[in-house]
Design a protein around this ligand. Structure first.
Ligand SMILES: [Zn+2]
Length: 198
């Protein structure tokens, strides 16, 4: 998994028109996790692609009539099988957070990367999703120095009362355990006896 020109090489690229310039293209310093399913509770990623590209057909599902005028996007979707799609290059601003605030700073879209997990707030996410998410975050952290492990948050945390995703179904401890495990492996592979004892 690599990033080239702000696109993930292993992802399916589905460019969304719902993006614009970041106020500071070099300020990429927060990862925001979300969940989405369309129609709600159904796991058909095709409708998510259509939603983020303003191509939902209201005739396909009555729920779509309530959202088909919205202009939104995220950088990334990880579907139930762990397949990754990218809609917006990381140096551009995707429209995922809405009215939001992180550590006293508002307008989180300006400086964040939005990652959608296909799912609901009450359905367990899949093993593949956790694995792919951890790998993706590892690659992002390496590529964008403004990001850090301590600056990974949920939509519910930056828009409390208004948003509740990724929900109770998301196991934050599991994500951080996977990130730890990967960090240990990187250390082991690159260190080769780095711990020579004192
Ligand atoms: Zn969200």
């Amino acid at each position: 998994m690599n990033i080239q020109e702000h696109w993930l090489d292993c992802a399916t690229h589905i460019p969304s028109p719902n993006c614009d310039l970041r106020p500071d293209a070099n300020d990429i310093s927060l990862i925001v996790l979300h969940c989405i399913s369309l129609p709600p509770g159904k796991f058909d990623a095709r409708f998510i692609h259509q939603f983020f590209c303003n191509q939902l057909n209201p005739a396909d599902d009555s729920y779509f009539r309530t959202i088909d005028q919205l202009k939104v996007s995220a950088h990334i979707l990880i579907n139930r099988q762990g397949v990754i799609s990218q809609y917006v290059p990381f140096d551009k601003r995707a429209w995922h957070a809405g009215h939001s605030e992180y550590a006293g700073r508002s307008r989180c879209n300006d400086f964040s990367i939005g990652i959608e997990l296909q799912g609901t707030e009450t359905t367990a996410y899949t093993d593949r999703q956790y694995q792919q998410l951890a790998l993706l975050i590892k690659v992002l952290l390496k590529h964008y120095p403004g990001l850090s492990r301590s600056r990974i948050t949920g939509h519910s945390d930056i828009a409390p009362g208004r948003k509740s995703d990724p929900g109770e179904s998301f196991d934050w401890r599991r994500l951080f355990q996977l990130l730890d495990k990967q960090a240990d492996e990187v250390k082991r592979l690159s260190g080769k006896g780095v711990d020579k004892g004192a």
